[in-house]
Design a protein around this ligand. Sequence first.
Ligand SMILES: [Zn+2]
Length: 296
Amino acid sequence: MIAGVETGGTKVVCGIAHRDAPGEPLEVRRFPTTTPEETTARIDAYFAEVGEPLEALGVASFGPVNVEPDRPRYGWVTSTPKRGWQDTDLLGRIPLAARVPHVVLSDVVAAALGEHRHGAAADARTTAYATVGTGIGAGLVVHDMPVHGNGFPELGHLLVRRHPKDGFAGTCPYHGDCLEGLASGPAVLARWGVDSSSIPADRRAEAHEILGSYLAQLVGVVLMTIGADRMVMGGGVLKAPGLLDEVRRQVPRLDAGYTLRDGASEPGAVARLVVPPALEDAGLVGALTAAADLPA
Ligand SMILES: [Zn+2]
């Protein structure tokens, strides 16, 4: 059996799986993310309680987290805004990691890997995953390999072309009107006074056009950089009914036939390219998948 844990900003999800079936987590347990001490003690207690010999561990963490094994402070959560977690040796606080081969990924890269192997992109060669919520995070899997480094990718902070009807300054403390500054949950709240699912009917079409134009630019970038054949898009902002369809509508309009050729810009093809997530615990599945990939 192999072990996985996803430490999210608000909750932790732990699970185990057979090494040959990381897409089917067993004994899944969830609890809130509190202090590093309390949270890692509960993770440790979980692995002790499952009572199975565990032979590998995958850790998916909110970031920024150091995922490069040959760098100092591997497995540390570094400059996070989450209170109490700055410069925390997450991996070092999980005793199982000292006993078995282990791997650390960021939560979005793990979610991308989970959806790529076992979810909405299981038939894709190259997958991009984005979650649009409190922030915008993205993960990439190219020809079955996660693309990541210390804090990367950072596609949430893509500098986007402004929609002509959008005069909003943006909420990113670094860039103002980057993608996250214009299309994350806080940006929606600051601009329209409500969350994306509660925008009044008389303002919804314009709001969706504006948000859709920014999110479609993210799709355009992954098409032009990694040639993704699946873009999985989720998160709280995209729960607004109709918003994902608006993104799908704008992708071929912005692409203008440049990368989407031979029928790839048809509505049906775009609906297969840009899809919602399929897994409930994509981050956990990704952590288990990465653990299963470790040499036995
Ligand atoms: Zn930014």
